[in-house]
Design a protein around this ligand. Structure first.
Ligand code: C2E
Ligand code: MG
Ligand code: MG
Length: 363
């Protein structure tokens, strides 16, 4: 893809640098980037398997984007990160605004570190409601990061940054500990015990020790492992299916149940779905939102319900907000529902209040 006089170097792991010193027209950098992406995307046949590799390229131009080698490389790296965030398989030119975004991420990473040390995080609980009788059949633990002004930073913003900046471990350990303590408290206070689900990030799932961590938390609190559920996204599952098979079987043998989160938004290998010890599919809120107005969303939800039942799994709809959605889901055999229609995520004391109050009205 390159010419005589250009340089191609591997600078570590899966990172490569291409230097084009003779570039007269900036647009040519895009042409070369396209060629490289296409060449890498061509399938490779290795030991009978067809492998598809995607790449992301960041482009920084000398001297506009950096007069020093370090600056130029760093800015190319920032641009590459953007290309990757946009879904990969593409290139991106460096722009100064990206620099600001990168500094913001770094600053938030440092703030997360302080929040961990200062125990600033709070755990909330959102009920899951049985579509058969309206009883609460579980809760999902959702982390909250309260700010001085009374607002919250959403976990969908800070969890990915915690992952990128290597700070997800302590947050997850804390969330797991909170959940186990809460289950223990319910047991002591004689509250009707239902399972609590914790969210596991894709990164945690690349570590084989996760099952051991879950086991230790349950044992320390002296609770039934069946009261702990784990939620894992499709992307987390499929990012390393080989390892996931092993870990999921281990978790399942410990007696915990496993749900696939945001189902339908990533892509699952149906072959793996069949082989894995998955107990539940969570239909992503984006499909639930328009089930009563959009025929294709309704069809997707029906298909997921059918798929789950054929594979002997339970199925839960996320982000349920209206009575019409509830009616649709109940009528079509969805097992459980979760969403603001019933209750948003609440504090642990409010969760106990909900458990004591009895079933929700489904009609
Ligand atoms: P998720 O696991 O898919 O959680 C569902 C999200 O939908 C939650 O957002 C919840 O508050 C929101 N939600 C629930 N009902 C409704 C509704 O009726 N309408 C709408 N519009 N939204 C609803 P939240 O709490 O902001 O969490 C976002 C994501 O952050 C979660 O998505 C989960 O992936 C992640 N997350 C939360 N807590 C943790 C944690 O402790 N560890 C990890 N690794 N991830 C977490
Ligand atoms: Mg979840
Ligand atoms: Mg979800």
């Amino acid at each position: 893809c390159v010419l005589d006089g250009d340089t191609v170097a591997r600078i570590g792991g899966d990172e490569f640098v291409v230097m084009l010193p003779g570039l007269h027209d900036i647009d040519h950098a895009a042409v070369v980037a396209d060629k490289i992406i296409a060449a890498i995307a061509a399938p490779c046949h290795i030991e009978g398997a067809e492998l598809h590799v995607t790449s992301s390229i960041g482009i920084a131009i000398f001297p506009d984007d950096g007069a020093e080698p370090d600056t130029l490389l760093r800015n190319a790296d920032i641009a590459m990160y953007h290309a990757k965030q946009d879904g990969g398989g593409r290139f991106s030119f460096f722009a100064p605004a990206m620099q600001e975004a990168a500094s913001r991420r770094l600053a938030m990473g440092a703030a997360i570190q302080r929040a961990i040390a200062g125990q600033e995080f709070v755990q909330y609980y959102q009920p899951k409601v049985s579509a058969t009788d309206g009883t609460i059949c579980g809760f999902e633990a959702l982390i909250r990061w309260p700010q001085a002004d009374g607002s919250y930073i959403s976990p969908s913003i800070f969890i990915p940054i915690a992952e990128e900046t290597g700070r997800i471990e302590p947050i997850s350990a804390w969330a797991l500990q909170q959940t186990a303590t809460e289950l223990q408290r319910w047991q002591h206070e004689g509250v009707p015990s239902v399972p609590i689900a914790v969210n596991l990030s894709a990164l945690q799932f690349r570590r084989a020790s996760i099952a051991g961590d879950l086991d230790a938390a349950v044992k320390r609190a002296g609770i039934e492992p069946g009261l702990l559920e784990v939620e894992l996204t499709e992307t987390g599952l499929m990012s390393n299916p080989g390892l996931a098979v092993e870990i999921l079987h281990h978790i399942h043998e410990l007696g915990m149940s496993i749900a696939i989160d945001d189902f339908g938004t990533g892509y699952s290998s149906l072959a793996y779905l069949k082989r894995l010890p998955i107990d539940k599919l969570k239909i992503d809120a984006s499909f639930v939102r328009d089930i009563t107005t959009d025929a294709s969303d309704a069809a997707i939800v029906l298909a997921i319900i059918t798929l789950a039942h054929i594979l002997n799994m339970r199925v839960i709809a996320e982000g349920v907000e209206t009575g019409e959605q509830v009616a649709f889901l109940v009528k079509n055999g969805c097992d459980e529902m979760q969403g603001n229609y019933f209750s948003k995520a609440v504090t642990n004391d409010e969760a106990i209040g909900l458990l004591r109050r009895g079933p929700f009205d489904l009609a």
